[in-house]
Write a protein that binds this ligand. Structure first.
Ligand SMILES: Cc1ncc(COP(=O)(O)O)c(C=O)c1O
Length: 413
């Protein structure tokens, strides 16, 4: 939804705590969303009275403060009384450069996916795989007797789809099978069969860029199950759009968000309420994500991302003993950083360490690496600083090589 409600949110926040980077992020995501809805983009740019320079992607600076919006038609979608009071200045140089930037991003090659919902917003695509069968989701039904479905005994992983290729499939599969051992979930699945099923799913949903999830449900975990004939574990595969792109995020802080000493710390189980709830609470309060501290007050991770800071050129991230997930992206940052000439180390971190860092960034499959503009009310020194940028570049190059290597293998597309 890129219309009245978002605009109202901007108006409410205008001149207050909403960070300009959020709006740049909104703008950069407009082409994605427009493609989902199959609508044309009509950019509108609101020029603020504060002509602050804001950093944005691709090394450009946009000399306007607030940038906005697309419509499905040329007709603005706000009502008379909510019409912006800020002058729109079409002749302004900054407006032009921002427009240019917008259209560059809008000109993203690729097909319009017919499997996507009109608004994005986390909707899964129509076709899913369930126990080796491809079907529209309305034809897939799970049973109340599958105990693990309701008691959260199951696992999942989220993969990024790049040019139709599931990026880092092997690493995700390794984590899934390791986690299955930890929670003693039967895992009689074959990686190559699942990879083939996933490829078929992506074709059915017409996904070239997006994300995919593999879920394993332990059907016979605990009590309150039925005596139906069913496998020990169900395997489901979904695809969905990528979440909105943020160029820089603002992070809240939540104490006791992770229990580092729990044997399930770092296991990607389907009982995900702690993450879903903490994220929703943070977003309701106006933040993008939230840093979860463990019982010792150490930084662990975010609800769906690992966290890093940069101090004197060194990149630091909390160790797994903090209770964080061993993110695939995190592992790659640890591997790729040194190869790019950047020291990357695991180190116990506290919130104060972030406040005095030169740069802070988070990492996750769907978002690669994102700069952090603010941590719990403390503005960071550089939302997308030079070290973060070098890490991001190394990561993007690795993704490119991976996709090229896997696209060359017949049957993987
Ligand atoms: C709690 C948590 N931490 C970290 C991550 C990042 O992991 P990855 O890089 O494998 O996506 C995720 C991903 O969703 C997550 O849910």
């Amino acid at each position: 939804m890129l219309c009245d409600d978002k605009f109202a949110a901007v108006r409410t926040a205008f001149g207050s705590r909403l960070h300009s980077a959020d709006l740049v992020a909104e703008l950069s995501d407009a082409p994605n969303r427009a493609r989902k809805g199959g609508t044309a983009i009509q950019p509108l740019i609101l020029v603020s009275h504060r002509k602050q320079r804001v950093g944005c992607t691709q090394g450009r600076n946009v000399p306007v403060h607030f940038l906005f919006r697309r419509f499905s038609a040329a007709r603005p979608r706000w009502s008379e009384d909510s019409r912006p009071k800020i002058p729109l200045l079409p002749g302004q140089t900054g407006l032009h450069s921002a427009l240019q930037w917008h259209w560059d991003l809008a000109d993203v090659p690729g097909e319009i996916s017919t499997g996507q919902d009109g608004e994005g917003g986390g909707m899964i695509h129509r076709f899913v795989f369930h126990n080796g069968r491809l079907a529209p989701f309305e034809d897939v039904r799970l049973s109340p007797g599958q105990a693990g479905l309701l008691n959260g005994s199951g696992l999942f992983t989220t993969m990024r789809i790049v040019e139709g290729i599931p990026f880092a499939f092997e690493r995700h599969w390794k984590r899934l099978s390791r986690d299955a051992q930890i929670i003693r979930c039967p895992f009689p699945f074959d990686a190559e069969k699942v990879r083939d099923d996933l490829a078929e799913l992506l074709r059915a949903n017409n996904v070239r860029e997006g994300s995919a999830r593999v879920y394993v449900v332990h059907n016979k975990a605990g009590f309150w199950r039925s005596d139906e004939e069913m496998p020990e574990a169900d395997l489901l595969i979904y695809s969905a759009d990528l979440p909105p792109v943020h160029q820089a995020v603002r992070l809240a802080i939540r104490e006791h968000g992770r229990h580092a000493e729990s044997p399930l710390a770092g296991v990607k189980v389907t009982s995900w309420l702690n993450n879903v709830w903490n994220l929703a609470e943070a977003q309701n309060a106006g933040w993008d994500e939230v840093i979860l501290l463990n019982e010792r007050g150490e930084i662990s991770e975010c609800t769906a991302a690992n966290i890093f800071c940069v101090q004197e050129g060194r990149v630091l991230t909390p160790p797994l003993s903090s209770g964080c997930l061993e993110g695939v992206t995190r592992s790659l940052v640890l591997e790729l950083g040194p190869a790019a000439g950047i020291e990357v180390e695991e180190q116990t971190l506290f919130p104060e360490d972030l406040y005095c860092s030169d740069e802070v960034f988070i990492s996750s499959t769907n978002r690669n690496v994102i700069g952090v503009a603010e941590v719990g009310g403390h503005a960071t020194k550089a939302p997308l600083g030079p070290v973060t940028k070098r890490i991001e570049d190394a990561f993007v190059a690795y993704v490119r090589d991976y996709v090229d290597a896997h696209a060359a293998v017949p049957g993987e597309r």
